[in-house]
Design a protein around this ligand. Structure first.
Ligand code: SAM
Length: 281
């Protein structure tokens, strides 16, 4: 039984971290003409009006997209500036931040005619929301398990593959399941670019995922973590957001570091970004 609904968290600091990283990766991938299959294993709704009851309950966007949107005229970083301009496209009045776009929107926005996109969502209600979104014809919405769905699609028909794995981690076993799926994916698509999001919780469950990938023999795993507060300071909730990018485009680290240097001071005194290879080439 799935209970997680991303609307309660839409636009929070983890979304900023995840979607900015995805945006930067896609910016590199789109520089070459060869077709790409994108797979979003855990798609969510696609678009989140901030005024809904769910999003208003926790208002997590106030520690995420909100301060960045307010500061957008004063920001210097080009990547961050163009990412915020993209967010303006989903605002009915593009001066006011009233909506936050999810991964299906970020993935489908720059789709070219020869690219493919598969969006998996297992929660019936969330899938229904996603089905109601206006997306390009190449975007296929699948009501089903994203990890199994990804495995069944490999190898893909296009020369390039980009996967986003963004589970809700409602079950501890998901960390190992994600690792197993990633290992299988890289066996079938050695050059595939795979982005994996994970929460930083004081219980440290994400270490299972990190260790399994390190022990798998997969090379070129880059790790980026955006911390909102010091670890261990609170027992509930996330203190940070983690991303692994396997086969990252060259130059991604420097570009994201520059953007994060403008982001972290706006997320609070304790916020910081750390990035390094988890497994080198
Ligand atoms: N990727 C989305 C974004 O960035 O906007 C947010 C996704 S949210 C963190 C996780 C989503 O995965 C939820 O909508 C949940 O219903 C869905 N989900 C949970 N288990 C799943 C599974 N095994 N396969 C596909 N979707 C699943």
């Amino acid at each position: 039984m799935l209970s997680y609904q991303h609307a309660y968290h839409a636009g929070n600091f983890a979304d900023v971290h995840k979607h900015l990283t995805l945006y930067a990766v896609m910016d590199y991938l789109l520089r070459k003409e060869k077709a790409i299959t994108y797979i979003d294993t855990h798609a969510g709704r696609g678009l989140y009006p901030l005024a809904t009851k769910e999003t208003q309950r926790l208002q997590e966007y106030r520690e995420g997209i909100w301060p960045l949107w307010q500061a957008r005229e004063q920001l210097d970083d080009a990547l961050l500036g163009s990412w915020l301009s993209a967010i303006a496209e989903v605002q009915p009045d593009n001066h006011a931040l009233t909506h936050y776009p999810g991964s299906p929107w970020w993935l489908s926005r720059p789709l070219r005619k020869h690219d493919r996109l598969h969006l998996f969502e297992l929660h019936p209600g969330e899938h229904q929301h996603l089905s109601a979104q206006a997306l390009p014809a190449q975007a296929k919405r699948v009501y089903g398990d994203g990890l199994a769905g990804l495995g069944a699609m490999l190898p893909v028909a296009t020369p390039r593959l980009c996967v986003l794995i963004d589970p809700s981690f409602e079950r501890k076993a998901e960390y190992q399941e994600v690792a197993d799926t990633v290992i299988h994916t890289l066996e079938k698509a050695r050059h595939g670019v795979v982005l994996i999001w994970y929460p930083l919780l004081s219980a440290g469950h994400h270490q299972v995922l990190l260790d399994a990938l390190k022990g798998s023999g997969i090379r070129k795993i880059w790790r980026s973590e955006l911390l909102l507060r010091a670890p261990g300071e609170q027992t509930h909730g996330m203190y940070g957001s983690g991303m692994l990018v396997i086969n990252p485009p060259w130059g991604l680290d420097e570009r994201l570091a520059a953007a994060m240097a403008e982001i972290t001071p706006r997320l609070g005194k304790e916020s910081r970004h750390e990035a390094q290879w988890w497994v080198e080439e």
